[in-house]
Design a protein around this ligand. Sequence first.
Ligand code: FE
Length: 178
Amino acid sequence: MRSTIPVLLSLALATVGCAQHSEQQPLSSDPIMHPASNPYYSRTDTTKLNVTDAEWKRVLPVSIYAIAREADTERPFTGKYWDFEGLGNYYCAVCGNPLFKSDSKFGSSCGWPSFYEALRPTSVAYKTDATLGMVRTEVLCGRCDSHLGHIFDDGPPPTGKRFCMNSLVLDFEPEGKR
Ligand code: FE
């Protein structure tokens, strides 16, 4: 009887591991078009976008749409960037807008990728969010207005800010690739 416990535990852990793995799959392997079939995606065009949710729903993977356009939040410690330390730039996964440099990323214990400043002041926009019984400041993409996450005042110097982002709405490009 006693010997079956480790076996059952292993099976349970293996199941959890599979579930996490499927959530961490890179966006490029998403069967639903990213970003090749998204005509609004550009890492150089800074033109402000005004695209309807119906159109975003048509061109975005379901997982990205849920966060970007419905302000959903990925589960902590499951995204692909929360403990990622690569050097390079982070772009909006919806529209390609440059958002953060890896220099401003810091190790946060919250389980989501965290930055102390945006790449440019206009990279992001802010909006008061009074949902879930609290008042927070929502962070939106400065180009496409998609929900990225929230900002808090418990970040490290020099800004003291913590941009708490969802990995799924970020695209990382390593330094020196272009
Ligand atoms: Fe965007």
